[in-house]
Write a protein of this length. Sequence first.
Length: 278
Amino acid sequence: MLARASSSPGAPPPVGAVTDRSVPGPAGAPDIPVRVYRPAAPGPAPTVVHLHGGGWVLGGLDLYDRTCRALCRAARAVVVSVDYRLAPEARFPAPVEDAYAALVWAGRHLGDLGGAAGPLVVAGDSAGGNLAVAAALLARDRHGPPLALQALAYPALDAARDTASYRANAHGYYLTATHLRWFWEQYLGPGGDGGHPLASPLRADLAGLPPAHVVTAGCDPLCDEGRAYVRALRAAGVEAVDDHCPGMFHGFVGLADVLPEGRAALTRLAAAIAVPLP
């Protein structure tokens, strides 16, 4: 998971400012804690709504603090890290609705956040990548906010888990098939609909989504899902970058402090985020 960077030794990467606050949750739900990272450089900046990984069960603002700081610095972007509700206490679709609510809030406050009325990017890794895509689908179907990019790292996109990479990388590479089965069970709950397009976005109609930059790792059970998502986006007429990293494992981007391949992938994601800014 990207959050591995959070356990790296040394002081966290400095940014311009960090603010904790809450934003309105979905109707009838509690407010959502977020942490806003602002770059040191003045002037307009992209705004990135970041959904953390952790199998919909783990993770949070503190665990992803270092990752979000690194992204803020590399992309020169405002990063809004979202502490969405976790399973099993809050199962699907509650985390999706939290992700979308945070996206709506950011879309309404772009001028305050980034100093300009756009662009707005949704980002996430692993389970957070799943939520990022689901939130993008809701933004399309609910008529906003408009998004400039999906910035994803090894997203989990299909509850079926029936791919060659899932079988080939089932054991021995940090994230295992057993882990994934348990995470999905916690997220969906007994009798949960894993085929719902917001739970398994790979099965959704993808037309009209924003462009995507998708990082995948060759030794990751989720590798084929991410690459299939790129192909499906292209088939739907959506621009998508297949940033495939052979020999890497799930979570490698989060080791950007110590792993050159992770640092390079983070730099490419940051460059994709920075491009939409005029």
